[in-house]
Design a protein around this ligand. Sequence first.
Ligand code: B4P
Length: 195
Amino acid sequence: PDTSKLKNAKIIFVCGGPGSGKGTQCDYIVQKYGYTHLSTGDLLREAVQSKSERGEQLNALMKEGKLVPLEVVLDLLKDEMLKKIDSTKGFLIDGYPREVEQALKFEQQIAPCNLVLYINANDETMTERLLHRGKTSGRVDDNIETIKARLKTFHDATEPVIHHYEKQGKLAAINSELKPDDVFKEVQSVLDKVA
Ligand code: B4P
């Protein structure tokens, strides 16, 4: 698709480990600041619903706690951004980038990001939250084996993204060990300066 319309879009990436509270904080942010929330995890789960062969492959990767191919995620994001660009003040892109290559490709093909929120919790906290959610979520990846694999993927592939943006001075790290409301106070102190 022609993405030239997107090149001046305001873009906030929301990064963090599995279960760190990314989606949770995005819901709060949308309520207060009115950005368009795009969760790559949600977009992929919708793609899986289609029951296509492609969907089956994506589901298998998610079940293993691995990243799906970069082109798949980038195409989903482009399509959704183009649908919303005329009516939005900016995009909150949740769960992306998950590897440095995703960051580079996005910025080459779409636009540079303005800010990266790093929602930061430790492995024990993230594991507990996901196991708790797993009791009712029905998600293929909220079980102990997959959670371990997701944490490994996060440390190996996604932490370098954090350092990449820290070096560029675009990173805002948020302590996500607190209650959701208190985490959001920290998020607001960052966004009030830029939003
Ligand atoms: P995601 O859907 O992004 O899954 P997630 O990391 O668990 O985040 P989510 O937003 O659901 O949960 P949150 O932390 O808010 O990704 C799933 C899979 O999709 C990946 O493993 C990968 O395979 C694939 N994928 C996604 N994006 C990709 C990409 N860009 N490239 C390649 N592959 C990709 O919350 C978790 C739980 O914690 C909730 O139950 C919540 O209620 C609770 N919680 C949150 N904050 C809390 C707090 N402060 N205190 C207590 N509980 C809290």
